[in-house]
Design a protein around this ligand. Structure first.
Ligand code: RIB
Length: 280
């Protein structure tokens, strides 16, 4: 079994299921409210664990009741939480999410303790692979990229400035179409693979400007697309670290991402390996 470290965010997701997503300035009522464990880092950690890796999460949570709620499914899923620090006086990260009947969403994140995962607090463990995203300080992602010696994947979500050394160091960069447009030509600095997802239209992998793989997800009835990108990120990393060819790994990741859209909530929707294999 391969070992994967995820350095990233933990959030409690407050999810309002609505008949339509609000326009700016519009009030939408009659929502149904749920609370789910989320956060891109935590979602990627649990997804990778359920897909067959031994995962350790490095993160910060607040000293509040939300922390236990946010970590509950990671704990139940046997993710190693010994790298999760509790920060006195900080609130656990919270995401406010509206989900439409089409499965599309709007997400607003209040990072809280995720901002406290600063380089001075970050110890980078050894493992076969490391996954980072951008819901923790960019300086910490730079430090992780510099110190880690194994396979390094960075999911550039949400889009924000990262040091060019992170792009140069990454074996695998993952972006959706919005993030790809935001980064534009700066992604030309990448030396490794770049996987770009375009929702139901599929995903590509390029290397040095050449397309090396393309896959489409299986058709599913979308209920909630939250965490589809996190599941894709975890699945692609797991498959590549297992030594699969990029084409086969991309098909696995697209199926995993699709599976995560079939249930409400981030972590309750993360598929097991068997579920993904049944969709291929
Ligand atoms: O990628 C989905 C995640 O983004 C949600 O779980 C939410 O917490 C935000 O971080």
């Amino acid at each position: 079994m391969n070992s994967i470290v995820v350095i990233g965010s933990v959030n409690l997701d407050l999810v309002a299921t609505v008949k339509k997503l609000p326009e700016p300035g519009e009030t939408v009522t009659d929502a149904v409210l749920n609370r789910f464990p989320g956060g891109k880092g935590a979602n990627q950690a649990l997804a990778a664990q359920q897909l067959g890796a031994a995962v350790k999460l490095v993160a910060c949570v607040g000293d509040d009741a939300a922390a236990d709620e946010a970590l509950a499914l990671l704990r139940a899923g046997d993710v190693d939480l010994s790298g999760v620090q509790t920060i006195a006086g900080s609130p656990t990260g919270t995401a406010m999410i509206a989900v439409a009947p089409s499965g599309e969403n709007h997400i607003v994140v209040a990072p809280g303790a995720n901002r406290d995962l600063t380089p001075d607090r970050l110890v980078v463990p050894a493992a076969d692979a490391l996954i980072c995203q951008l819901e923790v300080p960019a300086d910490s992602v730079s430090k992780a990229a510099q110190e880690f010696e194994g396979y390094f994947c960075v999911n550039l979500a949400p889009a924000m400035h990262v040091d060019v050394s992170v792009l140069q160091r990454a074996d695998l960069i993952i972006v959706n179409e919005i993030e790809a447009a935001w980064y534009g030509d700066s992604l030309l600095a990448a030396n490794g693979m770049i996987a770009t997802t375009v929702g139901a239209a599929g995903a590509t992998i390029t290397k040095n400007g050449d397309d090396i793989a393309f896959a489409k997800p299986p058709r599913i009835e979308a209920v909630d697309t939250t965490a589809a990108g996190d599941t894709f990120t975890a699945a692609l990393t797991v498959a590549l670290v297992e030594g699969r060819e990029p084409q086969q790994a991309l098909e696995f990741a697209c199926a995993a991402g699709a599976a995560a859209c079939t249930k409400l909530g981030a972590q309750p929707s993360l598929p097991t390996r068997n579920v993904v294999l049944s969709l291929l």
